[in-house]
Design a binder for this molecule. Structure first.
Ligand SMILES: [Zn+2]
Length: 301
């Protein structure tokens, strides 16, 4: 299961209702993992209000180094330090090594836990795997913004699930031998060779894609293909000349072309007090669309 929590959903300037961009993805697999995408100003306070522990965050993925997407890192890292964090924190982003080292060198920090910064590619068309855990992989692709910027994809690995009826037909029972079968693809038991595909079926992993700030682009369509959730920049109701952001219809068009299951519009300009108008426009192009709000939670199973 995946739970996505929106901590901040505004563009450039925050409002009373909307905080700067930050999205938490909690993955409930064999092992629970808590991942943060972007970390705008106020993220640590929003985390507290959401009930999610900031100490649980293992990795942070920054889409680009505009202050509304990273300024919260300074306070969040400081708080982790004061709370005597020992575990490593991994931070990914375009040019992350430079910016993370700048942040850590800011003021008299006295950092006492390890932070690893990883640069991710931000040019070209290739979708690149940048991180892998037991149950999931993270990919990124460059997007169209005014500075180096990327979109991220969280991809749960496909899993084999055992079909008990098929086991019964072969006169077999559940047991620790199934672990071996999942690992090696086949196993000898009761004098016969059993192949994984004979007693199990594949369960497709969940996929969540977050664009950060971008104009609509082919790279996003490709990385978002068939995702369960696409979280897309949709700063404006109508495209604004000279602004490197998408409007709601453009975001909806991307969702349609990528054949995603659900679209969430975020990075909403503070000028829209009533977001329902954005939702209405987007739904004309892609019906399964919602506008994000601070503390919105989405469960995916
Ligand atoms: Zn932004």
């Amino acid at each position: 299961m995946i739970v996505v929590t929106f901590l901040g959903t505004v563009s450039g300037i925050p409002s009373k209702e909307r905080s700067h961009p930050a999205i938490v993805l909690e993955y409930f697999g064999e092992k629970k993992d808590t991942i943060l995408f972007d970390c705008g100003e106020g993220t640590q306070k929003q985390l507290m209000l959401s009930g999610i522990s900031f100490m649980d965050i293992s990795k942070i993925f920054i889409t680009h180094w505009h202050a509304d997407h990273f300024a919260g890192l300074i306070g969040l890292i400081q708080t982790m330090n004061l709370e005597k964090r020992k575990e490593e924190l991994k931070i990914f982003g375009p040019e992350a090594e430079k910016f993370v080292s700048d942040i850590v060198d800011l003021g008299y920090f006295g950092l006492r836990f390890p932070i690893t910064a990883t640069n991710v590619p931000f040019e070209g068309e290739e979708i690149v795997k940048i991180d892998e855990a037991e149950d999931y992989e993270i990919y990124c692709v460059p997007v169209l913004h005014t500075v180096p910027a990327v979109a991220y994809s969280f991809q749960e690995k496909d899993k084999w699930s055992i079909d008990v009826e098929k086991l019964k037909k072969l006169g077999l029972k559940r047991g620790s031998w199934l672990r071996k079968l999942k690992k090696y693809g086949k196993v000898r038991i009761k004098g016969m060779e059993v192949k994984l595909e004979e007693v199990a079926r594949i369960k497709k992993g969940l996929k969540v894609v977050y664009t950060g700030d971008t104009k609509p682009c082919d790279n996003v369509i490709r990385i978002a293909r068939n995702s369960d959730l696409l979280i897309h920049d949709s700063t404006f109701l109508e495209e604004e000349e000279g602004k490197a952001h998408a409007d709601v219809k453009q975001a909806a068009q991307v969702a349609k072309e990528a054949e995603v299951k659900e679209l969430i519009l975020t990075h909403i300009s503070r000028r829209y007090k009533d977001a329902s108008i954005l939702e209405k426009e987007a739904r004309k192009v892609f019906p399964n669309t919602r506008v994000a709000y601070d503390f919105m939670r989405i469960k995916l199973k």
